[in-house]
Design a binder for this molecule. Structure first.
Ligand code: ADP
Length: 483
């Protein structure tokens, strides 16, 4: 494939493409076939240190560039991404598996973070006020936090990168990016695009590695990184928070989810089924915002479940590169086994399979769209992030019962509710312990909105007006003014 051949395969440090010092490489595989696409450099801790040194060396000059200059780099990169949509989408489908139509949508979503933060780069404001004593003048200005470590997952290979890189560049921070080892190619392509857009050497550095723990920990303990922005599992997030505590590094954490989706008796069922399809099936269910627990009022439960099962059964499963594919493979065999084990556990405890639930024969990590009803409360699927195309439906009688069940989790990222009653929508939304709530929609992601969670789903927000704040520090100047 030309798109795979053309993308750089080395580490990107100080503006140069370099092999890992050890000469080691890691294999990038196509989840639709299980076959290797290519090899890319596999960094060791020494390579990580060189990347941080490059970021540190570039920090002062980068912070001193005019906001307009940083803004225009992001804007040019936005234009280049859009112009290369087809190549970037194909690259993403090959390394990650999602259908091409979804990959194209992700390219647009990813690019939008650059356009949004190109606009925000020139809108960083400060403050000046007279102190209550009438004498001091208080000047408040904002500065980049400093060199950042950005760690991204494999499920949205391009957008998770731009959502962090965009605000870091806009704020004037330099960057070491560590993408997930399953999907490094989209990030490497992004580095090429940013270079073409005029990003100076050393501002963005990329280390691809199979030794995430070994490379990252010394960087967090080394005293030069001032900020960690991480998207991944809560389990790894906790480890990284502990490491950051020792050197008091600022963090933004986008962690796991266990999104409830509530369908009330007064919902428009067409809207609810459509919204559930999006909330469940976007990205094959491999999203931290995916509807993980579906609660339906008993009076509409049977109709909702049979309509959803009919929609799910009609989806075409296959390689993401084939036209007509609705559902691509899961990322790897471990991901597929996890989804299947959750289904088997639920069935063992009494759940009914309306569609799917069987492991297909043949190569690739495919799993069929699956709908389960009658989930017993002790089933593992209730408090495990499924990360696959499995809809688990339970029923409820009262609004209080639905809210209590929805909040009965350590997570609090996304939630969805379907009702035609505005009063109820606002009342329930206020009671749900989630950072983001879709009301009569299954999609909450939007570059202009603050994305993030409460409880153990994370700290901080990405995107929106507040997204750049995560990369800025306040500095206050006290100025006494004489009489
Ligand atoms: P997932 O299970 O979805 O792969 P992870 O939290 O394991 O989620 O991975 C998210 C990102 O964190 C990836 O880039 C991965 O390489 C990285 N990662 C995993 N473990 C560690 C670790 N101990 N230290 C630093 N980064 C890690």
């Amino acid at each position: 494939m030309t798109v795979v051949r053309d993308v750089p395969k080395q580490l990107f440090i100080g503006g140069d493409w370099q092999d890992a010092e050890s000469g080691r490489t890691l294999s990038v595989d196509d989840p639709a076939t299980g076959e290797e696409l290519c090899q890319v450099a596999d960094a060791s801790p020494a390579d990580g240190r060189r990347a941080v040194e490059a970021a540190v060396a570039a920090q002062a000059a980068w912070a001193a560039t005019a906001p307009r200059v940083r803004s225009e780099i992001l804007r040019r990169a936005y234009d280049i991404i859009i112009a290369r949509t087809e190549d970037l989408a194909l690259l993403m489908t090959l390394e990650m598996g999602k259908p091409l139509a979804e990959a194209r949508a992700e390219v647009a979503y990813a690019a939008e973070f650059f356009r949004w933060f190109s606009e925000e780069a020139v809108r960083v404001d400060g403050d000046m006020m007279t102190a209550p004593d009438g004498r001091n003048r208080l000047l408040v200005t904002r500065q980049p936090v400093g060199p950042c470590l950005l760690i991204t997952p494999w499920n949205f290979p391009l957008a998770m990168g731009t959502r962090k890189i965009g605000p870091a560049i806009a704020a004037g921070c330099t960057i070491v990016l560590k993408p997930a080892p399953q999907t490094p190619l989209s990030s490497l392509a992004l580095a090429e695009i940013l270079t073409e857009a005029g990003l100076p050497a050393g501002v963005l550095n990329i280390v691809t590695t199979t030794d995430a723990a070994g490379v990252v920990e010394p960087l967090l303990r080394g005293g030069q990184i001032r900020k960690l922005s991480f998207t991944g599992s809560t389990q790894v997030g906790r480890i990284l928070l502990a490491q950051c505590a020792d050197t008091v590094i600022r963090t933004s954490m986008e962690l796991g989810g266990n999104a409830p989706l509530i369908v009330f008796a007064d919902a428009d069922l067409d809207v609810a089924v459509e919204g559930t399809m999006v909330a469940k099936m976007r990205n094959m269910g491999e999203s931290c915002c995916a509807a993980n627990r579906i609660f339906v009022h008993t009076s509409v439960a049977e109709e909702f479940a049979s309509r959803l099962a009919a929609r799910m059964a009609a989806l075409t499963v296959g390689p993401g590169t084939e036209p007509g594919t609705d559902v691509g493979p899961l990322i790897d065999n471990a991901g597929r086994s996890k989804a299947h084990d959750l289904v088997r556990d639920a069935v063992k405890r009494g759940a009914t399979v309306l569609t799917g639930g069987e492991l297909p024969e043949g190569p690739g990590c495919f799993y069929p769209p699956t709908v389960l009803t009658g989930i017993a409360p002790d089933s593992a699927i209730i408090d495990t992030e499924i990360f696959g195309p499995v809809a688990a439906i339970r029923t409820f009688e009262t609004e209080d019962e639905a809210v209590a069940a929805a909040n009965d989790t350590e997570f609090g990222l996304a939630a969805y509710l379907f009702t035609q009653n505005l009063d109820r929508a606002l009342r329930v939304a206020e009671r749900l312990e989630s950072g983001m709530i879709g009301i009569n929609t299954g999609l909450v992601s939007n570059p202009a909105a603050p994305f993030g969670g409460v409880k153990q789903s994370g700290l901080g927000r990405e995107g929106g007006r507040v997204g750049i704040d995560e990369f800025l520090e306040y500095k206050y100047l006290a100025v006494p003014v004489g009489a």
